[in-house]
Design a protein around this ligand. Structure first.
Ligand SMILES: [Zn+2]
Length: 157
């Protein structure tokens, strides 16, 4: 799973991003829906956790729980490095946990939850400086306008 797809999964299905952003869940049958919500909420917790140990523990627990393991397989006569997940329903969690593992090992600080008051979407920080605090320019601008107005109100008193 690409890290961008993981971000979309968490923002589409996670309870907190939907609640704060006032968004409906995507269409799905009830059973699949609950699985997607549960996984998204667990992944969300990793984005929301500022502590490196907490993040590492959560991702490691997901990997252990799914029993995902590296394999060498042959596909179309070519040897391929792949992953094996014993139980089909665990494939989504396993691939999300692997994506988080790779991302956090390479760029530990480069993910988070949007700082805007009206948004709880998660993001991956790909900016050169690595100081991103918002999920999008929309949220960044809204937040800037809000704090500008706040300062202005304070100054007017
Ligand atoms: Zn946002």
């Amino acid at each position: 799973m690409e890290i961008a797809a993981l971000v979309t999964l968490v923002n589409d299905w996670g309870s907190r991003p939907r609640e704060v952003g006032h968004r409906e869940q995507p269409e799905a049958d009830p059973e699949e829906r609950q699985v997607a919500i549960d996984i998204a909420d667990r992944l969300y917790a990793v984005f929301a956790d500022d502590d490196a140990v907490g993040r590492a523990t959560a991702v490691t627990a997901m990997l252990a729980e799914t029993g995902v393991r590296p394999e060498l397989t042959v596909a179309a006569d070519a040897l391929t490095a792949s992953w094996y997940v014993p139980r089909e329903p665990d494939v989504l969690l396993a691939s999300a946990a692997l994506a988080l593992r790779d991302h956090l090992a390479a760029k530990p600080e480069r993910l988070g939850v949007c700082h805007d008051r009206h948004c709880a979407d998660v993001y991956v920080d790909a900016s050169p400086a690595g100081h991103r605090r918002f999920c999008s320019l929309t949220c960044q601008n809204r937040s800037r306008v809000a704090s500008f107005r706040k300062r202005k109100r304070r100054a007017a008193r």
